[in-house]
Write a protein that binds this ligand. Sequence first.
Ligand SMILES: Cc1ncc(COP(=O)(O)O)c(C=O)c1O
Length: 376
Amino acid sequence: MNTIDDYLATFDSEPGYLNWAAFGPLSPSVREEVFADADLLGSGRPSSLALVAERVAQAQEVVAQLLGADAADVTVQPSSTQGLAHALYGLSGAVIASTAEFPSVSLTLERAAALSQGSLVARWLTPDDGRVTPDAVAEALDDEVGALAVSHVDFRTGYRADLAALRDVIGPDRLLIVDAVQSFGIVDEDFSVADVVVGHGYKWLRAGRGTAFAWFSPRARERIVPVLSGITGATGEGLPVDDRPAPAASARAFTVSGPDTLAAGRLAVGARTVRDAGVGEIEARIAAHVDAIIEIADRHGIAVSSPRERAQRAGIVALAPSEPARLAAALANAGVVATARGAAVRVAPHAGTDAETIRMLDDALAGFGNETFISA
Ligand SMILES: Cc1ncc(COP(=O)(O)O)c(C=O)c1O
């Protein structure tokens, strides 16, 4: 499978699914990988176990290709939150983050700061619109600040941060820690401006849970103490028995224990699939679906609170009707799967979202408008 058309043909979930920012139904190739690798592990043959163990290096390799990084600097992780914990618990100084971030950023920073006895301080941003812009960061900067932690694409507002501009604002010496959960594999980005990038495969890569990764640039490895380093993170080969060696100098220091090889296989396949199809091609298809959804919302008089400009968004549209709970119910009744949270209903298409799904949304929003009219 090499072309974008082959890739689009792999989307086989039922029409109506617009919840890719929450969970990506597993792709056929990931499902096949699960069964094949489970059979290999079921055999107990050392050669079969070794074959499945190779998935870890394969996952590191393909994630590195998508990041434009070295495979040795990529670690596989059980969750992106754990990747962020490796980065944030090992920092000192002030770290800028928004209080409106996904809690994997904000709560992890809060916990790390609480444990640090004052050596790590959270410098909270509270921008009115929840957007971490270069201006908002510039206002919070001073000599104490050593890092910025930010979601590339915000889970709620759908806002895509300008990583290059954020790098310009913080300068070359501070660390840029990026949560790329809502962009990895669907936004053709230059991640080399960052120092740490975490992501996972259970949304846009269609690879299921347990498929996270964290990349640590050489500068990040110099500055972040691997305080959560475990038995796989030590110097030397193999299990450190009868010894307590220091953490490795490589990114491996930011690992705890042996990785889930079945999960690594799913990550490798999910990431390889988007690499082969082309992230730019995927991004363009998603952008066209988002354009269509915004047009539908406008036509039915439903406010859109997520960005309209392509450069400021990825796969998330936040609908902000006056009665969000009623809209959420109308979508559910129409068989449209979305996420309702607070004042917004989040709708998230993927490249392979079909015309029938967009039509179902259109019909549901049309019906929603009419209900308002009838009950008024
Ligand atoms: C922006 C963002 N970061 C982190 C996470 C959580 O990731 P994980 O489950 O891999 O810890 C999510 C999940 O929705 C998310 O949207």
